[in-house]
Structures are given as C-alpha cells and as structure tokens.
Design a protein around this ligand. Sequence first.
Ligand SMILES: Cc1ncc(COP(=O)(O)O)c(C=O)c1O
Length: 384
Amino acid sequence: MKLPPGARFQTICIHAGQTPDPGTGAIITPIFQTSTYVQEELGRHKGYEYARTQNPTRAALEANIAAIEGGKAAFAFASGMAAIDAITTMLSAGDHVVVTDNTYGGTFRLFDKVLTRYNLEFSYVDTSQPGQIERAMRPNTKMLFVETPTNPVLRLTDIAKAAEIAHAHTVRLVVDNTFASPVVQQPLALGADLVTHSTTKYLNGHSDSIGGVVIATRDEDIEQLKFIQNAAGAILSPFDSWLVLRGTKTLALRMAQHNANGLALAEFLSTHPKVVRVLYPGLPSHPQHDLARRQMRGFGGMVSFDVGTFEAARRVCNRVRLMSLAESLGGVETLISHPATMTHASVPPERRQAIGLTDSLVRISAGIEDVADLIDDLTQALND
Ligand SMILES: Cc1ncc(COP(=O)(O)O)c(C=O)c1O
C-alpha cells in the first residue's frame, strides 16, 4: 500500500485499497471471476472460502470507497436499491423511519410498497426544514433517511443539523449521497452514521454498470452489513466491482467538470426567456444557496428547469440532439429527462405536486462534454 498517511482526496481515490496483485505484480486488481477458493487443508485457507462471502475485487472496491467517504468499512451491492434494502435490515417490525419527502421514486416504492408489509412505518417530511424532522420523531423512530440534494427538485438538507436532531433521539442518520458524490460532500464528516450510493451514477461514472454501496462507521453496523451481504446475497459482481474501481480513480477529475458544466448550464438557462425557473444549488436564486456554499464543494451536475407547460417540456426533451433522452445520471455523457413521466412516474401525482415536481419540469444530468456544445444543443431545442 503506497498511500501515505494524511493523503489527500484525489490521491485516496486512486490508491486506497489498491495493492499490486501479490502473485503477478499487476497494478490493477484483477477481476477474480471465481465462485470458490481451494483450501490448503481442513480449516486452513487464505481468508477466502466462497465468493458470495468474500471476493478480492469487491474487497478492493469496498476498501477504496470506504476511504473516499471517510468511513471505516464499505459493502458493495448489486444495485443502489439493494444497498438501501440492506440498510433497512437494521430495522425491526414496529420501527419508524423519517424520510425526505422528495426521495428517489425507487426508494419510496421499496419503503411504501414492500417494507410497510413488514410492519415498518415511514413518515415523509420536508427535511430541508429541521423543525419538520424534529416534529416527525416518535418514541419508536430508529432511522432518519435523507437525500440531499433531492431528485429532481434539488432541495437541500443541512446534514450537520439533521445529525444533531437524529442523535438527540438516538436515531441513526442515513444519507443517500448519490446526487452529490463524495467529491461534493462527505456526510460522515458532518455527523451521518451511514452513507449510501447508487454506484450506477457518479462513482462508476460511465453508464455501464448497476451497483450500490453502503459506507459505515460503527462496529455494530459493520457487523450487520457484513452479515446481511452474505445472508441475503445481493452482492456486486467481480466485473462490476472492477468497473466501479476504474471509475473512482477519475472521480475527482470528472466531478470538477460535472460541477463546472452544471453551473454553466444553470446560468445559461436562468437567462433564457422560455425558462420559467431553474433549480440549481449553485445559483444565488436557490432558496438554500447559503447552505449549499457551506455544505457542498461545487454544486454538482444536476440541473432542473421549468418550461411552463408539459407540451414545452416534451418539445425540449424530443428536440435535443447531443443530449440523450434517458433515465439515470452521473455518466460522462449528458442526459435529459422528464421526471414526472420517467423517474418519478411511480410517485402519486398529489405527492409530486406537494414537492414542486411539476409536469413542466425537465432534468439534466450534465456530462463532461465541452459545455459550449451543450449550450448550443439547448439553444436549438428551446427555439421556436
Ligand atoms: C438518489 C438515488 N438513490 C438510489 C438510486 C437507486 O439506484 P440503482 O438504480 O442503482 O438501484 C437511484 C437511482 O436512480 C437514485 O437516483
């Protein structure tokens, strides 16, 4: 391990968890595509018995991401949803969870359609308002599950404040850090107990893998996550682990460009006559711009904007040429989407209304192309 003590973020991304292969010296951790490991004799092996339980490629990725988020251990799962599902196994029937109201639609679906059948209770509140978090706490509350910035209305939660409230009630704070990435914010340093990512997005960054990860700090949480990873078995494959590990090496560089392009697109859109409203934490017009400046390092690559009517939103989505109309985010290529009919179609209309997710809202995941080409594309798509 070449990583010096006190190594800085970009160095950690490249070197943490990366030891040259002891057999060959290969600088890149190989894809250990094996289901089992030969044991030397009964009861003697090299720490690897069966690949659901341990895999060196996955272990290298987990060590890498744990260091990137400043945690003690990380656990990689087959998707972002599998990672969130694993976190919820820390709960028992009768427990209550407070959740950001504008959470990712798939998270809402898991909580509302699956976990309520196991006698778990969920309250959805605007966690950008600390008073709402405080009022939602009950004697049986065990977890506060926060997304910041939210998808797609880009509302922020003050993570340090949320941690303070959660801990005063002996409640765990979980932060889904998918939208920001650890370059932009590290929730554990602000007091969160667990961080989760869909690695499908910025951590992998190349739109060619589905995966998820949970980063933990407490020994009891680490034990439970290790147990459930093996017991339920929703592990990340060796090949996907290798892909994400390749992605994290360029995370800092990519995020710098995502941040720059996100800000430039938000500024362009905010001066465009056809655009009614732009949602981006980096704009002074964002209601929580001060919190964004305090809590985030760069404002991310996600920009949402309102074009007034569903028809106008449809026109923009259908007319872009360089941007691709697709779900997902965080890849090197720019994507455009219509949240109300795509990513958030499973959220009931009245809930969409309550969080400001209008039918005229368009979302962009800014890639890392030359931003002038992205602005040209939006200009022609917004023109009559
Ligand atoms: C914020 C957030 N969390 C979790 C997920 C789920 O991740 P996956 O699609 O990898 O299961 C997504 C997917 O879009 C997401 O946007």
